[in-house]
Design a protein around this ligand. Sequence first.
Ligand code: ZN
Length: 412
Amino acid sequence: MLDRTIGAETVESLWRGAEEMREPLVAFTRKLIQTPSLPGHEGDVAAHVAAEMQSLSFDGVEVDEAGNVIGHISATTSPGEERPRRSIMLNAHMDHVDVGDPSRWPFPPYEATVHDGQIWGRGASDLKGSLACQIYAGALLKRSGLPLPNDLYVTGVVQEEVGGLGSSNLARHLKADYAVIGEPSGNVLALGHRGRTEMMVIVSGKSVHASVPDTGVNPLYSVARFLESLEGLHFDPDPEHPYLGPTTVAPTLISTDQTSPNVVPAECKLVLDIRNTPKDTPDLLLDTVRELLLASVGPGASAEARINAITLTSYTGVNGEFSNAAPPFGIAPDSRLALNAQAVLSEALRRPMATKLWPFCTDAGHLVAAGITCIGFGPGHEDVIHTVNERISIDMMVEAVVANAALALGLE
Ligand SMILES: [Zn+2]
């Protein structure tokens, strides 16, 4: 670990300030949860985010073309005084997944009930609680009067849950040195995740009456050979990111073009969920799968593999095309930045700081693709997100306010 830290007095002052903010922090988080914001409909919640930043005396607040909210707090020490000035982005999304059947929830999903020291509701852990903590970390720094060596940008982004239109637009005009992704990590330092590439495989044959199968070409036999060869497929870990583990492939959905049990299908569709390391790019994965298909299709059958794309439109009307391939990210546990972040967090939270990898994808891949180095830290619980039991601990939120403020002070 690095020796250099933020100092006991600073830590004391951050904790005092964060505890004083507990009530407004909870009230604001509840307001965010009570304002539904499905992807493409974040306008109302964005207005709350911008208004809160303004009332907390951020130095600048703007909403970009895509509808992302960007709050700015300026560095207060002279550049080069002690160390280079960095720009740090705290990044959390404003959208959330659907609630499903509200009657299955222990507490109504948009009521933000406070029970047992936790706030319950859709978006509590993913990711409105974390967004509120990032905003209040900015407010804490502003209020504390502590010298701020880095420029801080607190960003609430749109459409993370459906492909990342918000962050990929943001990265085009906000070139921060580092970003802290606020996805739920249980207040542990997250250092990366594999990408997720969703591949569609289509095998075609010739449909005939099932009583005369020899006169057709049943694509299912080719699919069977393909699946068997897929099971034997292994990837080596990425030598530059060995800690991410190897790429894995899971066939998840299978369907044919038929609904009748007495017809040989003309077509079989398969979906592959591939979790990939940086070296196994979507193009290389397509090549690998196409090679296996070529070796698997029988006479008269044909096959193709592709990665589908979707077009997203933000609530402000910005369009973007996104392939079903969310990029990976990772920084080595022994890298300077990881050690720096770990030391700052250990000191600020007064406990040893563990590191972890996220099992799921985040917007980090989009930011990394634009040259922004990412780490992850968030107060949510990853085991409750996207479920009817979504909630967040208020104590962990207060801790996350301190942690985010400390990172803004201590990242070098
Ligand atoms: Zn999320």
